[in-house]
Design a protein around this ligand. Structure first.
Ligand code: FES
Length: 368
C-alpha cells in the first residue's frame, strides 16, 4: 500500500482554525523513517529537503492530454536516475525556463513514483510567455533546473489530519493538476470522494481518461453544455462532514469562499491560479539595510514584485500570503500586514510577507 506522507502543517479551515492531530505526526515520522531505511537498504541516492534547493531534471516524455491539444503533460527525471525528493498531493515545483523565467507548476503524477515528477501545462497564448516556452522549448531530452517540491496547498485526508468524513473536489480547467493527485490519493486510501470538474468544453479538459479509471464520482460540467456554473452547482453534495479542495480561476474560488461562509464548520482549502490584485494600495518605499538601496513600490504593485525587480533571487512561492516563503524582516517603519499565515507574535517580532503586505507609512526598512 502507498504511504502518503501527511503534511507537517495541517491546513487551517476557512476560519483559520488549525486541527492538531497527533496521528499525523506519527504518520509523518514513520514515512520519514521509511525513506531513510530505504536509503540504507538500496544504497541509492535520495535527495532530501537539505540538498534539494535547486537541481537539474531531464524531460523524459511529453504527452498532449486534452482533446484541444493545448495541454502538455511532461515527465521529469534526474539525469542520473536517482530518486527525487518525495512529495505529497498539492505540492508544486519551481522550474527555471530557458529564458530565465521562473514558473511554478503543481505535481500531478503519482507520489509513489519516486523517480519521476509529472507536470501539466496549458498553452496560454495571451499569457506572460512561460506556458508557450514549456510547450515549444522543452523537447524530450532537454535539461531544466527545478526547485522544490514545496506544498502551499497541503492535503489532509479524512482520518489523517482531518475530522471530515468525505472529500469534495472542485477543479476549473488546468486546476485539475493538484486535484488529480489528491483524487488518486483518496482513491487509494478508500475515502469517499466526489469531483466537479469545470471548463469551457470537454475538449479543453485534460486527464478525463485518468479520472475515469478512479472510483470517485466525477461530474464534468462545461460552459458550452451547462452554462457558467453557480457556486451551488459546484458544491452539490458537500455538507458539514465534507472537506472541500478547490483549484481554479480566481472568480470561481472567490464564489466558493463566499458560499461556504454560510456553511459553518465546513473545511475549505483552495489554491488560485494567480494572486489577487492589490486592493486599496498606496505607493511607498523600501530601503535595504545591506546596501542602502531605496526601491519604489507602486500603489498597484506588490512589495515582492518591486523587490524581485532588483533582487531576482528573492524567494517566493504562492504570491498569496499563505506559504511564508517570501518572509522579510522589518527593522524600521510600520508594516500593513495583509497575510493570513504569520501569528501576531511574529508580526510583533518584525516579520512580514512581501507578496501581500504593505507599508502603513511612507517607508519600510528591510533586513533581507
Ligand atoms: S510567496 Fe507565499 S507567502 Fe509570499
Amino acid at each position: 500500500m502507498t504511504v502518503y506522507p501527511a503534511p507537517r502543517v495541517i491546513p487551517p479551515d476557512l476560519y483559520g482554525k488549525h486541527d492538531h492531530d497527533p496521528t499525523t505526526k506519527v504518520i509523518d515520522t514513520v514515512a520519514a523513517l521509511r525513506v531513510r531505511w530505504s536509503t540504507l537498504i538500496n544504497r541509492r541516492p535520495i535527495r532530501t529537503r537539505a540538498d534539494d534547493a535547486r537541481f537539474p531534471v531531464i524531460v523524459t516524455d511529453r504527452v498532449l492530454v486534452a482533446q484541444d491539444q493545448a495541454v502538455v503533460d511532461l515527465g521529469l527525471r534526474a539525469p542520473d536516475g536517482a530518486a527525487l525528493p518525495r512529495w505529497a498531493p498539492g505540492a508544486h515545483i519551481d522550474i527555471e525556463l530557458p529564458s530565465g523565467r521562473l514558473r511554478q507548476y503543481s505535481l500531478c503524477g503519482d507520489p509513489a513514483e519516486t523517480e519521476e515528477y509529472r507536470i501539466a501545462v496549458r498553452r496560454i497564448p495571451q499569457g506572460s510567455g512561460g506556458s508557450i516556452e514549456v510547450h515549444d522549448e522543452l523537447p524530450v531530452g532537454s535539461e531544466v533546473m527545478i526547485r522544490g517540491p514545496r506544498n502551499a496547498f497541503p492535503f489532509a485526508p479524512p482520518g489523517r489530519g482531518s475530522s471530515a468524513k468525505r472529500l469534495h473536489f472542485v477543479a476549473g480547467g488546468i486546476g485539475i493538476t493538484p486535484i488529480l493527485a489528491m483524487a488518486r490519493a483518496a482513491d487509494r486510501l478508500g475515502i469517499d470522494w466526489t469531483l466537479v470538474y469545470c471548463g469551457r468544453s470537454r475538449e479543453t479538459l485534460p486527464f478525463l481518461d485518468q479520472l475515469a479509471e478512479l472510483r470517485g464520482h466525477v461530474l464534468v460540467r462545461t460552459d458550452d453544455e451547462h452554462g457558467t456554473p453557480r457556486a451551488t452547482d459546484l458544491l452539490d453534495g458537500a455538507d458539514h462532514d465534507t472537506a472541500i479542495y478547490c483549484c481554479g480561476p480566481a472568480p470561481m474560488t472567490s464564489a466558493l469562499v463566499a458560499a461556504v461562509r454560510t456553511m459553518p464548520g465546513i473545511e475549505f482549502h483552495s489554491e488560485r491560479f494567480s494572486p489577487a490584485p492589490v486592493v486599496d494600495g498606496t505607493a511607498f518605499e523600501v530601503e535595504l539595510t545591506s546596501t542602502g538601496e531605496v526601491i519604489a513600490v507602486g500603489a498597484d504593485q506588490t512589495m515582492l514584485d518591486a523587490l524581485l525587480a532588483v533582487r531576482p533571487d528573492q524567494p517566493y512561492s504562492c504570491r498569496q500570503g499563505f506559504c511564508r516563503t517570501c518572509v522579510v524582516r522589518v527593522t524600521d517603519g510600520t508594516p500593513d500586514h495583509r497575510d493570513g499565515a504569520l501569528t501576531p507574535a511574529e508580526h510583533a517580532a518584525g516579520v512580514t510577507l512581501a507578496c501581500v503586505s504593505r507599508c502603513a507609512g511612507k517607508r519600510l526598512v528591510l533586513d533581507l
